[in-house]
Design a protein around this ligand. Structure first.
Ligand code: FPP
Length: 258
């Protein structure tokens, strides 16, 4: 933690939590055991992010494409999510963490939707940190949904097509409620975005690690932030124009200036 400059924290950290299956298979255990250990890593990362003072943490917990996995694995993931929504309730409440969820949530089983709704509304006024779970989420799907909404507004003469700009589209993207991604971490050794926060990651710094998600912990997060703080964020401008600090609202302006 001593490596991290808390005055220049990324304001929004997003994580592709990959490698649960390989972690389990490497130990001769079923893939679901990897997901269970992955839930421990979620807890450790959430705590570390909150302690540091990171305002927004978004986790890719279940992609639209994950529905193609074996039903037993899907059921185990949904059960684990529901268990965590119960077991982590006090942690969220005691630490002023707001829970949010993005994705095509209507595709989740009703009982999972109900638990998400309940904990989200219980924590909606919390200001300590926003923890967003991306569930049944896909970046392209999110853009399609927003485009449909915009098309309907045009049809109903609520918006002129010429008034559709970045801000108008971003307002319709639930993932942008907490602003653009500053630091995108992917564990598990692959180096791709896999349909995660496509719009919000436009100027994110990427950090890839071979570490498998169940092994990720507070120190792993500190290393990722240290790497982020060593980058020069330019947003398409000339070197030296940006000091590497988190851009926040200014970053929005710079993004628009491209
Ligand atoms: C990717 O690993 C991980 C997932 C598809 C699920 C992520 C879920 C968790 C971390 C557990 C619980 C989460 C919450 C929010 C309570 P993989 O299975 O694709 O790994 P592999 O590439 O090694 O097969």
């Amino acid at each position: 933690m001593g490596l991290v400059d808390v005055s220049r924290l990324p304001q929004h950290v997003a994580i592709i939590m990959d490698g649960n299956g390989r972690w389990a298979q490497g130990r001769g255990e079923p893939r679901t055991a990897g997901h269970e250990r992955g839930a421990d890593a979620v807890r450790a990362t959430m705590r570390a992010a909150r302690r540091l003072g990171i305002p927004a943490l978004t986790l890719y917990a279940f992609s639209e494409q994950n529905w193609d996995r074996a039903p037993a694995e899907i059921n185990a993931l949904v059960d684990l999510l529901c268990e965590c929504l119960v077991s982590e309730r006090d942690e969220l409440v005691d630490n002023e963490i707001r829970l949010s969820a993005i994705g095509r949530l209507h595709k989740l089983p009703q009982h999972a939707q109900a638990r998400l709704r309940s904990l989200s509304s219980e924590t909606e006024l919390h200001k300590g940190m926003t923890l967003t779970l991306a569930l049944s989420y896909g970046g392209r799907e999110e853009l399609i949904d927003a485009t449909r909404t915009l098309a309907s507004k045009v049809r109903d003469a609520e918006i002129d097509p010429n008034d559709i700009d970045e801000a108008a589209l971003a307002r319709l993207l639930p993932s942008m409620d907490v602003g653009p991604v500053d630091l995108l971490i992917r564990t598990g050794g692959e180096q791709r975005i896999s349909n995660f926060l496509l719009w919000g990651s436009a100027y994110a710094e990427f950090y890839f690690t071979d570490e498998l998600w169940p092994d990720f912990d507070a120190n792993s997060l500190y290393y990722a932030i240290e790497a982020y703080q060593g980058r020069e964020r330019r947003f398409g401008l000339v070197p030296g124009a940006e000091d590497g600090a988190s851009p926040g609202a200014a970053g929005h302006e710079l993004e628009r200036a491209i």
